[in-house]
Design a protein around this ligand. Structure first.
Ligand SMILES: C[S@@+](CC[C@H](N)C(=O)[O-])C[C@H]1O[C@@H](n2cnc3c(N)ncnc32)[C@H](O)[C@@H]1O
Length: 226
């Protein structure tokens, strides 16, 4: 998969793309991430990308010209058509199902806003998908873009070691994950359930299913209703 990220603050991505699973996925050539500074696509001699909103009001709005230039020129960098995603608190809220669907794409283009957001005409870009990462407002679309990149890349076959670890994760079957334990068997008087140490895989699987359902009922009954 190819991921192009359009941002005014590319430096914010260094740590996230340069560590852990996202780094491994790039090293394994399972994903290529490219950062593009929207400012580089401004025709303005001062490389200005924002302006005051028509009608007044506080804050600045990202101008349409650098955004459209960036989207069009970055699109042309590869023959693969990019699924374009606008990060906005007004978009559809990201969930595991959306992450699964996005992980099937060959190419994503993540467009990060800043300041008061984008000139509304950005919404005329054909096929643009608007995604929010939750009902709160962040300073910019960079952290949401990192969230999507992480949620999607870990689903690409071969990125995570054991496939089964993905299938059992929370939300994958519309359920929360079962409780996990590791050594020591007793910690501060708290014991690991005997069944997990029994070596009986059938009973362990039943126990895990039961706990997964119970935990989902207690914490996220809305998932079971779906
Ligand atoms: C300060 S926000 C602008 C919010 C905008 N004035 C509004 O109320 O809808 C600046 C940028 O951060 C990003 N952003 C903020 N919160 C977000 C969220 N929950 N999900 C996705 N992107 C978000 C968007 O790219 C947005 O254009």
């Amino acid at each position: 998969m190819r991921i192009d990220i359009l941002t005014l603050f590319p430096g914010m991505f260094d740590a996230v793309l340069g560590e852990s699973i996202l780094k491994i996925a790039q090293d394994k050539k399972l994903v290529q991430c490219y950062l593009h500074n929207i400012r580089d696509y401004s025709d303005d001699k001062h490389k200005c990308v924002d302006d005051k909103p028509y009608g007044g009001g506080g804050g600045m709005v990202i101008k349409p010209e650098p955004l459209f230039h960036a989207i069009e020129e970055v699109e042309r960098l590869d023959n693969l058509a990019a699924k374009k995603i606008l990060l906005t608190p007004q978009g559809k809220t990201l969930n595991q199902e959306m992450a699964n669907a996005l992980s099937q794409e060959n190419r994503l283009m993540l467009i990060c806003g800043h300041y008061e957001g984008f000139d509304e005409r950005i919404r005329s870009v054909i096929g643009l998908l608007e995604i929010s990462i939750g009902d709160y407002v962040l300073t910019g679309g960079e952290i949401p873009a990192m969230v999507i990149t992480d949620a999607v890349v870990r689903l690409i076959p071969g990125v995570l070691g054991g496939k089964s670890s993905l299938q059992n994760e929370s939300f994958m079957n519309k359920m929360l994950d079962y409780p996990q334990y590791t050594r020591p068997a007793v910690f501060r008087g708290m014991k690991v359930p005997e069944i997990l140490r029994s070596g009986n895989h059938k009973l362990i699987e039943e126990w895990r299913n039961e706990k997964s359902v119970k935990r989902t009922e207690e914490r996220r009954p809305d998932l079971l209703e779906k």
